[in-house]
Design a protein around this ligand. Structure first.
Ligand code: NAD
Ligand code: 572
Ligand code: ZN
Length: 350
C-alpha cells in the first residue's frame, strides 16, 4: 500500500493546507478506506472562511470534508458486513450508541456524536481514512463514487421530507435552491409530491431547479412585500402549499415558511442561519402550522441509496465542478464564490 496520505488540513481562517498525515490502523469494528470522492458542503466553506460555526470553533488543525465515499482497503478483525474492494458511501456521524436518543433510533440527537469535520473531529478529505464499518454503505456496481458522496446531502433531504410527511397529497414549497433545496426537490418528487415549487434569489439556481423537475420556480425580489410574496406563491399553487421546506436559513425565508403554509400544514426548517430570528409565531399557532426542525438525519442512508440505485432520484446533475485532491484549494475557491454557476463541487481523491 502506498504510504502517501495527502490530506486537506484546515489550520484556521483561510488557511487550508495540503499535507501528508499518517494512515490510521482500523480498529476491530472499523475499515480503512481509500477515499474516492468528497463533495464540498457549505459548512466546510463556512469553517474555511469564518473558522467556526456557532460554538464549534477550529482551535487546532482539522482535516475537512464530510460528504464522502471510498473503497475498502483494510478490514478490522470483527468486520463482517464488508470486504476488501467494496465501494461504500460514508455516513459521517458516529453516535455514542448508548444514550437514550441512540437507543430510540434518534441518534442524530445524540449529544456525543463524533461527526466528520465538525471541530475538533477530523474529516474525510484525504487519500486514506478509517471509519466504523456499520456506518459504511456498500454501493451497487452501477452507483458511482460521486453518487456515493452525494448520498450525504441527499440524506438531509430524505430526512426533511420524512419529517414533513411528504406523500402523494403534498403540495410542497421549497425555500432556497442551493444543494439542500435542490436535493429536497428531488426527494419530494420521488416521494410522490403532487406539486413542487421552489424559490431563490438567484436565477441560475432556479434554472437548475427547473432542469431537475420543479413544477414551477419563483424568483424572490428583495423589495417585494411579504404579503405580496405570499399572494404570488398562493397564486402559483392555486391554493396554499400544505408542506414547506425552508432550505436557506434566511430570516425572510423562515418567516415566509410560517406565513405561506396552508392552515394545518407543516413547515420543515432545515436552513441554519442566525441563532435567533424574528418570526410570526402567532400566525403559525393560530393556523396550526406545525414547525418541525431537522438536525442532520438518522436511519436514512439505506433509503437515500435506494432512491439513487433505483433511478428514482438522479443526483448527478448537481455536480457542476470536479477537481483532484491536489486542487483542493481551487475547489474551495469555486465553491466559496459560486463562480461559473457552481452548485456542488466534487473532489476526486485518487
Ligand atoms: P446554500 O447557501 O448553497 O443555499 C442556500 C440558498 O438559499 C442559496 O441559493 C441562496 O441564494 C438562497 N437564499 C438566500 N436567501 C433566500 C431567501 N430569502 N429566500 C429564498 N432563498 C434564499 O446552502 P445549502 O448547502 O443548500 O444549505 C442550505 C441550508 O441548510 C444552510 O443554512 C445550511 O446550513 C443548512 N443545512 C442544515 C442542515 C441541518 O441538519 N439542519 C444540514 C445541511 C445544511
Ligand atoms: O451535512 C451535514 C451538515 N450539517 C449542517 C450543515 C451542513 N451540513 N448543519 C448546520 C450546522 N450545524 S451546527 O449544529 N454545527 C456546526 C454542528 O451548527 C449542524 C447541521
Ligand atoms: Zn454538509
Amino acid at each position: 500500500m502506498p504510504q502517501n496520505n495527502l490530506s486537506a488540513v484546515l489550520y484556521g481562517i483561510n488557511d487550508l493546507r495540503l499535507e501528508n498525515t499518517s494512515i490510521e490502523e482500523p480498529d476491530d469494528d472499523e475499515v480503512l478506506l481509500e477515499m474516492g470522492c468528497v463533495g464540498i458542503c457549505g459548512s466546510d466553506v463556512h469553517y474555511l472562511v469564518n473558522g467556526r460555526i456557532g460554538d464549534f470553533i477550529v482551535k487546532k488543525p482539522m482535516i475537512i470534508g464530510h460528504e464522502s465515499s471510498g473503497t475498502v482497503a483494510k478490514l478490522g478483525k470483527n468486520v463482517k458486513n464488508l470486504k476488501i474492494g467494496d465501494r461504500v458511501a460514508v455516513e459521517p456521524g458516529i453516535p455514542c450508541r448508548k444514550c437514550n436518543f441512540c437507543k430510540e433510533g434518534r441518534y442524530n440527537l445524540c449529544q456525543d456524536v463524533v461527526f466528520c469535520a465538525t471541530p475538533p473531529v477530523d474529516g474525510a478529505l484525504r487519500r486514506f481514512y478509517k471509519h466504523a464499518a456499520d456506518f459504511c454503505f456498500k454501493l451497487p456496481d452501477h452507483v458511482s463514487l460521486e453518487e456515493g458522496a452525494l448520498l450525504e446531502p441527499l440524506n438531509v433531504a430524505v430526512f426533511a421530507c420524512k419529517r414533513g410527511g411528504i406523500g402523494i397529497d403534498s403540495t410542497v414549497l421549497i425555500l432556497g435552491a442551493g444543494p439542500i433545496g435542490l436535493v429536497s426537490l428531488l426527494v419530494a418528487k420521488a416521494m410522490g409530491a403532487n406539486k413542487v415549487v421552489i424559490t431563490d434569489l438567484i436565477e441560475s439556481r432556479l434554472a437548475m431547479a427547473k432542469k431537475l423537475g420543479a413544477d414551477a420556480t419563483y424568483l424572490l425580489q428583495k423589495d417585494k412585500s411579504e404579503k405580496d410574496v405570499v399572494a404570488d406563491i398562493h397564486a402559483i399553487f392555486g391554493d396554499a402549499p400544505n408542506r414547506t421546506i425552508e432550505a436557506s436559513g434566511a430570516q425572510a425565508s423562515i418567516r415566509l415558511s410560517m406565513l405561506v403554509t396552508k392552515p394545518g400544514g407543516v413547515a420543515v426548517l432545515v436552513g441554519m442561519g442566525a441563532p435567533e430570528v424574528q418570526v410570526p409565531l402567532l400566525s403559525a399557532l393560530c393556523n396550526e402550522v406545525d414547525i418541525r426542525g431537522v438536525f442532520r438525519y438518522a436511519n436514512s442512508y439505506n433509503d437515500a441509496l435506494n432512491l439513487v440505485a433505483s433511478g428514482k432520484v438522479n443526483v448527478k446533475p448537481l455536480i457542476t465542478h470536479r477537481y483532484k485532491l491536489e486542487e483542493t484549494k481551487q475547489a474551495f475557491e469555486t465553491s466559496r464564490t459560486g463562480a461559473d454557476g457552481a452548485i456542488k463541487v466534487m473532489i476526486h481523491c485518487k
